[in-house]
Design a protein around this ligand. Structure first.
Ligand code: FES
Length: 109
């Protein structure tokens, strides 16, 4: 996920709050965001599935794939690419930076 130098970084949560090889969620600036930690690296995407009204934080993370809890569609959390039907539309992803034990995200204005 490339960063945008024009956008500020927003403090999302403590790094320790993101469970290893699992998913959690945060509310930031009115957005519902899913945070994943895979082999020590944190990724951030929209938390709402692009197929329907399901929260991905209630789904199942296996490797870099999050499985939606409603119809079992899957996305790659690294870039939001759909990897399993019925999802066809990519998830929005957010740049992540770790600093001082905190997780910072770049959110669009
Ligand atoms: Fe996520 Fe249908 S709502 S796959």
């Amino acid at each position: 996920m490339t960063t945008d130098n024009a956008l500020p970084w927003t403090d999302a949560t403590a790094l320790d709050e993101v469970p290893d090889d699992d998913v959690t969620s945060v509310q930031l600036d009115g957005r519902d965001i899913a945070l994943y930690k895979v082999e020590g690296t944190v990724f951030a995407t929209d938390n709402t599935c692009t197929h329907g009204h399901a929260r991905l934080c209630d789904g199942f993370l296996e490797g870099h794939e999050i499985e939606c809890p409603l119809h079992q569609g899957k996305f790659d959390v690294r870039d939001g690419t759909p990897t399993c039907a019925p999802v066809t539309e990519a998830l929005r992803c957010y740049p992540v930076r770790i600093e001082g034990g905190r997780v910072f995200l770049q959110l669009p204005g």
